[in-house]
Write a protein that binds this ligand. Structure first.
Ligand SMILES: C[S@@+](CC[C@H](N)C(=O)[O-])C[C@H]1O[C@@H](n2cnc3c(N)ncnc32)[C@H](O)[C@@H]1O
Length: 257
């Protein structure tokens, strides 16, 4: 469905934009460790969206927990090699939405109805003390959205994308142990600071990347210069606003109170 290509693209962009990404990667690692410190016990930790491990403090997690599980739909060679360094780190190849296979059947015309996402992995894992979803949420709708483009009406695809995000948030709330969430929520494009005046008019704009799903307020908010010029635009930087929730269940409880 394009997950591997997408992962390779993230790796390539990281190599090109290492300096601009660094503050975000450090903030993410710190947020993960802050959240992990709130876990009541230190048996198993699960990282959803481990990807290429750029933003995962693997060494620290490995020494904090008896076992660390790195979940992603695709694990690149880099991740496999890094994970091998630590005897208590294991990889788990998993589609956290649980619908990818069904979507590919729909595209091949083998299935009709759009599936419901009802993830169950780790829900009965009694040793699970800490889970964190890392810069994954906004991605959950993107690849399926591209995949279904032209196959299903735009409105149905948008509805499906939103459902995938909501199902992940619901899942995090119901996992055993302490849970945390780190995600980009909005993107904006703007001229880099000190950029010379350009000849062509360039429109700075902002847009939601969570398909209309709103998240609670949080004190932990930062910018990620995800695609500095000229990555996506010759003149504009693309900047993501990232939110961290060190205690996702507590944040949800406050919202529903
Ligand atoms: C922006 S990356 C997160 C950053 C990552 N921690 C890193 O350092 O590369 C998003 C990750 O989510 C993964 N992903 C996207 N959809 C997924 C799904 N349905 N199930 C599991 N992982 C998924 C991608 O493979 C990718 O590694």
């Amino acid at each position: 469905m394009g997950f591997l290509t997408s992962s390779i693209q993230v790796g390539a962009r990281h190599a090109r934009c290492a300096a601009q990404w660094q503050p975000h990667l450090l903030r993410t690692k710190a947020a993960i460790l802050n959240a992990a410190a709130l876990a009541q016990d230190r048996r198993m930790a699960v990282v959803f969206g481990a990807g290429l491990l750029h933003d995962i403090p693997l060494r620290e997690l490995s020494s904090m927990f008896e076992e660390v599980v790195l979940v992603d739909i695709v694990h690149t060679l880099r991740t496999r090699l890094l994970a091998m360094i630590f005897s208590n780190v294991r990889l788990c190849a998993l589609d956290v939405t649980g619908v990818a296979t069904k979507l590919s059947k729909i595209v091949r015309g083998c299935e009709e109805a759009l599936p419901r996402s009802e993830p169950r992995a780790f829900l009965d894992e009694k040793r699970l003390d800490f889970s964190v979803s890392v810069n994954l949420l906004s991605q959950l709708g993107w690849v399926p959205g591209r995949f279904l483009e032209g196959v299903r009406p735009e409105q149905d695809v948008a509805h499906m994308q939103r459902h995938l995000l909501e199902a992940h948030l619901h899942y995090l709330r119901h996992l055993p142990g302490h849970t945390a969430l780190i995600t980009d929520v909005r993107w904006r494009s703007e001229l880099p600071p000190g950029a010379p005046v350009v000849v062509e008019p360039v429109a700075a704009q902002g847009w939601d990347v969570l398909q209309g799903v709103t998240l609670p307020e949080t004190a932990a908010v930062w910018d990620w210069n995800i695609a500095p010029a000229p990555e996506r635009s010759l003149h504009l930087d693309y900047i993501a606003t990232v939110h961290a929730y060190p205690d996702w269940k507590h944040s949800c409880a406050l919202t529903s109170a």
